[in-house]
Design a protein around this ligand. Structure first.
Ligand SMILES: Nc1ncnc2c1ncn2[C@@H]1O[C@H](COP(=O)(O)OP(=O)(O)OP(=O)(O)O)[C@@H](O)[C@H]1O
Length: 670
């Protein structure tokens, strides 16, 4: 970036700020005058004051990131894009700064190399306060010519924005006008992730009304992956997006540990729905010994038969566990009236109503209900199940000593349990306390990217990126939250759009959570069945989706690999053939060097094989290396794969297709 150009751009931005200051001063003066105006009719004055106050508020908000982009048009004109519109009254209200919501700002968000929409360039500014730190450009006439240059460029630690070189088959998917579920499948490196992110940016623009109210959820396989892709959306413009791994989908939980595959299978399959039903039924107990309920004149007992009758009534009422507690309580109170009356004596039968009321208020009876039909949170239900109750229920494999050491596969169970338990005042209070504790624990490790809390709710930020973990943290302490913040903290939040990346890895129970978060079924599902590593993952898109949307989903395939050179793809071909003999490799845009195979004496050598320049990684089951699962969705210039024979075919296929330039396959001398 030329220094001269930077200073010209700084001048432009300073000029816009000076206009903002002028306008603010003018509005402030008008507001003061309106407040002091004693001649004006009262309602006139009130309207003026309200309008001017709102205008002043908007001008204040615009102080941060006033201008964040510029579009250069084929006819030589330029448009500066920013938080608000600014006009020059001395020049027939010529626009100086264009509000990002205005139709003329649209190409800033939607133009691509394949569809430049009359633009030659899009410029993004990086500002701090009023200072311009830098800018970068998307040259929009590169499609074709710039592609090879782009794919040959060394990779960084974050995913690049491919907006300038989007190809036609990708562009079609980004702009597809389909409101329901869209499945994008394609082999490694075909741009599935990149395309899904650009689709979000496109939808955020074209369906802004709806999405700004409900937010967008992007689910990706691991935190590393989300960090890697996390910069793309803000660089495309505004976002109101929650990023979460499957381990973060239950507010207040950030699970990263994995269960052993056998337990993952049990927790991920749909039979877990019944398992939870059994775990809840197990908490609706009968007393081992009669429980005394002291009344003013007599003492009655909650015995097994009274509890059984009350339990039958509560179970049959159709309410969920927590909601049915009152029914259980009332049924017990009803059942105890007769024994109490028997003790009091027949002559006092007209007292039955009083006795029923006394039972209804009895602390002893409340205590019995708490013991026999307790208010439960999802966390408590599962922790108690894992810490011991699993044995009696016939699931010994679920046992662990610390029930609350949540794993990734526990998350959909927590969500399902919360769904089956329902809420009640007490359960809510318990849940809130647990949540506050969890948040307290998580504090300190969170990375906080600050946002402007004073901002108007209906105003999307141009450059914000929010992470679920951070949002969960804030929930407990503030309530002036943005849509995305509230969404991430609220289990029952439903998103306007949900994007699932590496979707082949998600279990049926995880899909149930996502479907609950997306009742309108507006989803972009991105994956490759051949890369599935999780046992409980997806085997057929149709089987997965038909219970939710029948056949109303659209499928698109991407066929060109922009990452892995052809020579490396050919090396990975046997792994793919093992998974599916009929599968076709995506066509690579580059030829590249064939992989190198080596036999080495010890592991030290492996680490030295990493490249000095560019990104590199070692993938294998050796200490310090990425596992094939960690490497999912990522890419590196140089990849060293250690002993791929120890991998499953899918793991091998994933590991061997991560390199953009060089692949070294190492075996250790035995
Ligand atoms: N049109 C394009 N122009 C330039 N680079 C592109 C283009 N499309 C994709 N790429 C690049 O190709 C690489 C692979 O993209 P991406 O990670 O989205 O692929 P993927 O299909 O999700 O891969 P995988 O299934 O292996 O995770 C990225 O570096 C991306 O920036």
């Amino acid at each position: 970036m030329a220094t001269g150009e930077l200073s010209t751009e700084q001048q432009r931005i300073s000029f816009l700020y000076s206009r903002l200051d002028l306008e603010r001063a003018a509005v402030k003066a008008e507001l003061d005058a309106a407040l002091l105006d004693r001649d004006e009719q009262r309602w006139h004055r009130e309207v003026a004051v309200r309008t001017l106050s709102e205008r002043l508020g908007r001008l204040r908000v615009a102080d941060e990131g006033l201008c964040f982009g510029r579009t250069d048009h084929a006819d030589g004109s330029r448009t500066y894009i920013g938080r608000i519109g600014l006009f020059d009254p001395a020049d027939d209200y010529r626009p100086l700064l264009t509000d990002w919501r205005a139709p003329v700002a649209r190409p800033f968000y939607t133009a691509t190399g394949a569809h430049p929409e009359g633009l030659t360039r899009r410029r993004h500014y990086r500002t701090r306060g009023r200072r311009l730190d830098g800018f970068y450009d998307d040259e929009l006439q590169l499609a074709g010519t710039g592609l090879l240059e782009a794919v040959n460029a060394p990779r960084a630690d974050t995913m690049r924005d491919i907006v300038a070189t989007i190809q036609a088959e990708q562009d079609e998917v980004i702009r597809l006008d389909h409101r329901g579920v869209l499945v994008i499948e394609g082999g490694p490196g075909t741009g599935k992730t990149a395309v899904a992110l650009h689709r979000v940016a496109y939808l955020l623009y074209t369906q802004r009304e709806r999405l700004s109210r409900q937010g967008v959820l992007v689910v990706g396989p691991n935190p590393g992956f989300l960090r890697y892709i996390g910069q793309v959306l803000p660089s495309l413009g505004e976002t109101d997006v929650v990023f979460a791994t499957p381990g973060e989908l239950f507010p207040g939980v950030r699970a990263t540990r994995e269960d052993v595959p056998e337990v993952q299978g049990l927790k991920g399959g749909l039979s877990a729905v019944e398992l939870l039903g059994e775990a809840i039924a197990d908490r609706q107990e009968l007393p081992e010994h009669p429980m005394p309920v002291e009344l003013e004149d007599v003492t009655v007992h909650v015995d097994a038969s009274a509890a059984l009758a009350a339990r039958d009534r509560a179970r049959a009422c159709g309410l969920r566990h927590n909601e049915a507690r009152q029914v259980f309580h009332d049924a017990l109170a009803d059942a105890l009236v007769a024994p109490a009356m028997a003790l009091i004596g027949k002559d006092w039968s007209d007292l039955a109503g009083d006795v029923r009321r006394e039972l209804g208020d009895s602390p002893d009876l409340r205590e019995a209900v708490d013991a026999l039909w307790p208010a439960l949170t999802a966390r408590r239900l599962l922790a108690d199940l894992y810490e011991g109750r699993c044995f009696a229920l016939g699931y010994p494999e679920l046992y662990r000593s610390d029930g609350r050491a949540w794993t990734v596969s526990d998350v959909p169970l927590l969500d399902e349990a919360a769904e089956q338990l329902g809420t009640s005042g007490e359960a809510e209070r318990l849940a809130e306390r647990e949540r506050a504790e969890a948040v307290e624990y998580a504090r300190g490790v969170l990375e906080v990217i600050d946002t402007d809390q004073a901002m108007h709710e209906d105003e999307l930020r141009a450059v914000d990126l929010v992470h679920a973990e951070w949002l969960a943290d804030r929930h407990a302490f503030r309530d002036d939250r943005t849509v995305a913040e509230r969404a991430a903290a609220d289990r029952e939040w439903t998103y306007g759009h949900v994007v699932v990346d590496e979707a082949q890895e998600l279990s049926p129970m995880e899909w149930r959570v996502l479907m609950r978060r997306s009742p309108n079924r507006s989803m972009t599902v991105v994956g490759d069945l051949h890369q599935r590593q999780a046992e409980a993952g997806v085997r057929s898109w149709g089987d997965l989706l038909s219970p939710y949307v029948r056949d109303r989903w659209v499928y698109r395939r991407l066929t060109v690999n922009y990452r892995t050179p052809a020579a490396i793809m050919e090396y990975a071909a046997p792994a793919l053939a093992e998974l599916d003999p009929a599968a076709v490799l995506p066509a690579s845009v580059r030829r590249g060097e064939p992989p190198v195979e080596m036999v080495v004496e010890d592991l030290e050598v492996v680490w030295r094989l990493r490249a000095e320049s560019g990104t590199s990684a070692v993938i294998g089951f050796v200490e310090g290396a990425l596992t094939p699962r960690d490497a999912k969705g990522l890419e590196f210039d140089t990849v060293v794969v250690v002993e791929p024979e120890r991998f499953t075919a899918a793991e091998r296929y994933v590991a061997l297709t991560r390199a953009t330039q060089r692949l070294v396959v190492v075996r250790l001398k035995s």
